[in-house]
Design a protein around this ligand. Structure first.
Ligand SMILES: [Zn+2]
Length: 273
């Protein structure tokens, strides 16, 4: 069994504020490192659960911000991790293909402008408003294009509600109840890891009962957001049309200036401070 673990940081237990990479204060650096450790522990709980469920290959995608957040030296040495300069690889979900048996989503956040959700951002508008997707449900839909079911998701109560409504039977692990965009009632990290471990085991056990999340094509797609992620949101680029959600997503992302998908030659990139 092959398992793809897609990760973000805003939905982990204990995360309440937007990351500030421009603030060099000792307090900010200590806080960021602390969040990286909590993220690492939650991801590791998912990886352990996958191997304990019979997986023989687990790939983790370190997908938040810089793409280099997880303390990988602390991960279960049986897994592999995709990390580095985010958006320079071949795809947003590199190496994901039909050979995987399941996707697991850790640390997910709600789509942009969701009321009372922790740090909501990114809102994909599909077919001119017939459907809206978060980053989490977009990842599940791209996996669905490859016939891969998303079997488990962790994050706050709002992202769990959105994805559970779209994917019947997905294991939903609520590690915090959002009380504002910047305040939550959270389980304690050790408990979050236990919940994630059990959730991944249940999801993988039931993976054949959970249908891949497929959005029928052709698809019209745009992204709603704002520079500081605060409402009102507006379209970030031109609407694209493609045969599948995966193709539409990559077509759209490749037009965004901050991505360099498919990069093969060095361009002087320096690790962000
Ligand atoms: Zn993130």
């Amino acid at each position: 069994m092959k398992v793809y673990v897609q990760t973000d940081i805003e939905g982990i237990a204990g995360f309440c504020f937007r990351e500030n990479r421009a603030n060099p204060s000792p307090e900010n650096l200590a806080h960021r490192r602390r969040m990286y450790r909590l993220l690492t522990n939650e991801v590791n709980a998912a990886v352990h659960a996958a191997f304990d469920s019979g997986a023989d290959e687990v790939i983790v995608n370190d997908n938040h911000g810089s793409g280099y957040n997880i303390l990988f030296e602390e991960l279960d040495p049986r897994c592999r991790i995709i990390h580095g300069r985010n958006g320079s690889g071949p795809h947003w979900l590199p190496l994901l293909d039909e050979s995987f048996d399941a996707m697991v989503l850790i640390g997910m956040h709600a789509m942009g402008a969701t009321p009372c959700a922790i740090i909501p951002h990114s809102k994909w508008i599909v077919n001119d408003g017939a459907l809206y997707l978060s980053e989490a449900s977009m990842a599940a839909a791209i996996a669905g294009d490859h016939g891969v079911p998303a079997v488990m998701l962790s994050g706050d109560d709002k992202i769990n509600a959105e994805v559970s409504a779209k994917i019947p039977g997905i294991e939903s692990v609520v590690v915090k109840q959002a009380l504002s965009p910047y305040m939550a009632c959270s389980v304690i990290p050790a408990r979050a890891c236990e919940m994630i471990y059990e959730g991944v085991k249940r999801g993988l056990r039931r993976r054949k009962e959970i249908a891949p999340y497929v959005i029928p094509g052709p698809v019209r797609l745009n992204l709603l957001d704002s520079p500081d992620h605060c409402p009102p949101l507006s379209e970030c680029g031109e609407t694209v049309t493609a045969a599948t959600i995966d193709a539409a997503f990559m077509k759209y992302e490749k037009a965004m200036s901050w991505n360099t998908f498919g990069q093969e030659q060095m361009d002087g990139f320096i690790f962000p401070s």
